[in-house]
Design a binder for this molecule. Structure first.
Ligand SMILES: Cc1cc2nc3c(=O)[nH]c(=O)nc-3n(C[C@H](O)[C@H](O)[C@H](O)COP(=O)(O)O)c2cc1C
Length: 312
């Protein structure tokens, strides 16, 4: 499948593995790229040395391009913004803000810049600032979310900008990929499905929880604080939501979730930890290699296209 995104990133399939704090390390990202998609190392709040080390590990696994996802609110954002230039990274995705201040330097270094957006206004702003594409991420996604759904956001962003749009949020199989393309997207970004990839280093308890999840098992915490996060329901989310209902102050809520993603990903505490995953977790029901995931997606895409052509 050739689209403006596959051309832009020089990849075989229009499938991107989204940057994921604690989850998207070199092993996962490199294996997605090796399988013909494009993986992104999630820099999140990690120091630049960790990101550098991961880039080097990724390059030992594959000579295909691997990107870096930069969380703009990170204390290390400036250092990582320079690191991707020094390390000749092909593409960056950015989250939690506006990457305009880095745009000139990144463009001069030939880096493809792909901000993640949750609104038409931010997509337009990013295009004006020189972005090469945008990820339009709906609130079905795991992790930090906006308020629009993928179904409503993607076509509106597609109409608003001329750069290619990558759809994210709630895509877990070939039907989802086709639906995203029907809305005008030219690639998809997936997170939840790759959390359970064989090459994903998250604790087995985390993978098992995602695999066992049903359609209604994710909840959104933090709406009252303006920082909504989607994760799978457990003791921690119940306690958090109760506290939100009681109007407990921001600092107390923050304290409850401090370090809890690590607790779930590394320690496997899926009761008190934050098991970030999207609504599509209900459809994600097996652990597969990145190559199997991408091959299966593409096979399903052609099956969907063929059955529609028969109907037409
Ligand atoms: C565990 C987890 C952690 C995530 N961390 C980040 C992150 O650090 N930065 C970011 O831009 N997006 C992050 N995301 C969002 C993903 O990159 C991706 O856009 C999203 O998962 C797509 O929706 P899906 O989960 O329905 O596939 C995270 C998602 C998950 C599931």
């Amino acid at each position: 499948m050739k689209t403006r995104v596959t051309e832009l990133l020089n990849i075989e399939y229009p499938v991107i593995q989204g940057g994921m704090a604690w989850v998207a390390d070199a092993n996962l990202a490199a294996h997605v790229s090796k399988a013909g998609g494009m993986g992104f190392i999630g820099a999140a709040n990690a120091p630049a040395e960790w990101v550098k080390e991961q880039i080097h590990i990724a390059r030992k696994i594959t000579d295909k391009p691997v990107g870096v996802n930069i969380m703009l609110l990170s204390d290390y954002a400036d250092e990582i913004a320079q690191l991707v230039i020094d390390e000749h990274i092909e593409a960056v995705t950015t989250g939690a803000g506006n990457p305009s201040k880095y745009m000139k330097a990144w463009k001069e270094a030939g880096i493809r810049v792909i901000p993640v957006v949750a609104s038409v206004a931010l997509a337009r702003m990013m295009e004006r600032a020189g972005a090469d594409a945008v990820v339009a991420e709906g609130m079905e996604s795991g992790g930090h979310i906006g308020e629009e759904t993928t179904m409503t956001l993607v076509p509106q962003v597609v109409d608003a900008v001329n750069i290619p749009v990558i759809a994210a949020g709630g895509i877990g199989d070939g039907r989802g990929v086709c639906a995203a393309f029907m809305l005008g997207a030219e690639a998809v970004q997936m997170g939840t499905r790759f959390v359970v990839a064989k090459e994903s280093n998250v604790h087995q308890n985390y993978k098992d929880r995602v695999i066992a999840a049903k359609d209604i098992d994710s909840v959104v915490t933090g709406r009252s604080t303006g920082h909504p996060v989607r994760s799978l329901r457990n003791s921690m989310t119940r306690e958090y939501l109760d506290m939100e209902k009681e109007g407990v102050e921001f600092e107390k809520l923050e304290r409850l979730t401090l370090g809890t993603l690590r607790k779930a990903v590394v320690d496997g505490d899926v009761k008190q930890g934050t098991v970030m995953a999207g609504q599509i977790a209900g459809l994600v029901n097996k652990e597969q290699t990145c190559e199997e995931i991408i091959k299966e997606l593409m096979k399903e895409v052609s099956e969907v296209y063929n059955s529609h052509n028969k109907l037409a």
